[in-house]
Design a protein around this ligand. Structure first.
Ligand code: DUC
Ligand code: ZN
Ligand code: ZN
Length: 473
């Protein structure tokens, strides 16, 4: 494979920034050099196969989206991005690794499902990919499978306190899975919403004829998120399991996580771009059936209650540690439409895998987070959290050459027909005009996006066998 020199840019890691050149040999970074360094008196630029000019730009580790659902069977249909379309869109947006979810439904063996997900992803991905395992049927065989999966590099397991009859585990099942995780070192990821509470409110709202998408948000109140978050934390405290709460949207849930952390528990929290920008009033409350575009769970929260500002604050203060997308796209036509006349039948999910890096960068533009914190949230901490750091999430000799050249003076117009490569017939971010631009994306030494062109291939992406979380060992 060729050698590449990225010259003239500002290299940004979590620990700082500085003018430096990045030398890549094959799939690896081999050196971070003073700008304009020579090799045995020779101009390095003349000695390498390819030079990437990053003058005036940031050079950052490739983004890691630790929460995606490509091709997920859910809500009576399948998430509309395949591993190929979803990872290609991710690449366009500066993400060079995803961690997707293998799904176990009731009666299924997690190991069979794990093999099936390998079949779906192998040969299809444009970027590297790992797996978490969803457990919806916690029984002896599932607990045994957890050990085998950890050995396979699947070191995190998602449980649900919502979606009764589909994903939901009761407290006893959660307890048992957490005991296993406390024993084998795995990380428990939790969808924290009180499902029984929500299901009852859904029935009441639908019976009252309150069937518009807006009521999806009303049916899943912050109290149901706070309560489930607290319960998960108590179960984690009792069992000694580490806990990572996914897609946190309520400020009260953040407070629960912060308290648990203050008390010395290994509890972590993730939020998503939709909870930073989009609201119950403006998006879910859009006229007619339009709000279906933004039906996801946990739901968008009330602007009047200021949850969105609170999420930014929590990212700044490290009460939340990761921003992932929960990318779970559905088209309006034929998919979201399943819920016309009954919001509870709208497939839950938003597609953002392409825009996470850009959307988070707006926090740098507005002064809510530093440049280093941006890199930490989109790449460094997900790598550490999910056992990839060193290989991924850092620009340093020995790391995989997953590199993004980001132009802070560039501009990105989000929307269908503009920058939109996800397999969706709409964009949840239509009309966003934002600062910054992903110019060049390198995945393990291969340039996969450059100058407005996709140069990658389906099948370039390799499976990431992950270590245990590097926050815990
Ligand atoms: N929430 C979503 O919105 N979609 C996928 C699953 C989930 O928990
Ligand atoms: Zn979830
Ligand atoms: Zn999810």
């Amino acid at each position: 494979m060729p050698t590449t020199l990225i010259t003239g840019g500002t290299v940004v890691n979590a620990t700082g920034r500085g003018a430096a050149d990045v030398l890549i040999d094959g799939e690896k970074i081999v050196a971070i050099l003073d700008p304009g360094s020579t090799l045995l008196g020779h101009d390095l630029k003349a000695s390498v196969d390819r030079v990437v000019d990053a003058a005036g730009k940031y050079v950052i580790p490739g983004g890691i989206d630790a929460h995606t659902h490509m091709e997920m069977p859910f809500g009576g249909t399948f998430a509309s991005d395949t591993f190929e379309t979803g990872t290609t869109a991710a690449a366009w947006g500066g993400t060079t690794s995803i961690i997707d979810f293998v799904v176990q439904y009731a009666g299924e063996n997690p190991l069979d499902q794990y093999a099936l997900w390998h079949q779906k992803a192998a040969g299809s991905c444009a970027i590297d990919y790992g797996f978490h395992q969803i457990l919806s049927d916690v029984q002896d065989s599932s607990l045994d499978a957890m050990d085998e999966l950890v050995a396979e590099g699947v070191s995190s397991f998602k449980l649900f306190q919502a979606y009764k009859g589909v994903f939901l585990s009761d407290d006893g099942q959660i307890l048992r899975a957490m005991q296993k995780a406390a024993d084998n070192g795995a990380l428990i990821m939790m969808h924290a919403e009180n499902g029984s509470w929500i299901d009852t409110v859904v029935q009441q709202l639908v019976a009252q004829g309150k069937t518009d998408p807006y009521y999806h948000g009303i049916s899943r109140p912050w109290q149901a998120e706070e309560e489930a978050t607290h319960r998960a934390i108590m179960l984690a405290q009792y069992t000694g399991a580490p806990l990572y709460v996914v897609h946190v949207s309520a400020k009260q849930a953040v407070a629960q996580i912060a308290t648990a952390r203050d008390n010395g528990q290994n509890v972590f929290g993730e939020t998503c771009p939709q909870y930073l920008y989009l609201t119950l009033e403006d998006q879910l409350g859009a006229p007619g059936f339009e709000g279906a575009k933004w039906v996801c769970s946990t739901p968008l929260r009330s602007k009047a209650e200021h949850h969105q500002e609170h999420m930014w604050q929590a990212l700044r203060t490290n009460d939340l540690q990761v921003v992932s997308t929960d990318h779970c796209p559905f088209c309006m036509k034929g998919q979201k439409e399943l819920g016309i006349g009954d919001f509870s039948k709208i497939p839950n999910g938003i597609g953002s895998v392409e825009h996470r890096v850009d959307l988070l960068y707006q926090g740098v533009v507005t002064g809510q987070i530093t440049l280093e914190r941006w890199v930490e949230l989109i790449a460094v901490t997900p790598a550490r959290m999910f056992g990839l750091y060193g290989r991924k999430g850092v620009l340093a000799p020995g790391a995989d050459a997953d590199v993004v050249v980001y132009d802070p003076n560039g501009h990105t117009s989000i929307g269908v027909g503009k920058t939109h490569h996800m397999n969706m017939d709409y964009s949840a971010w239509e009309g966003y005009e934002i600062d910054g631009h992903v110019d060049t994306v390198i995945s393990r030494g291969s340039v996969i996006v450059d100058d407005g062109q996709f140069l990658g291939t389906a099948g370039h992406g390799k499976f990431l066998k992950r270590d245990l979380s590097q926050y815990l060992v």
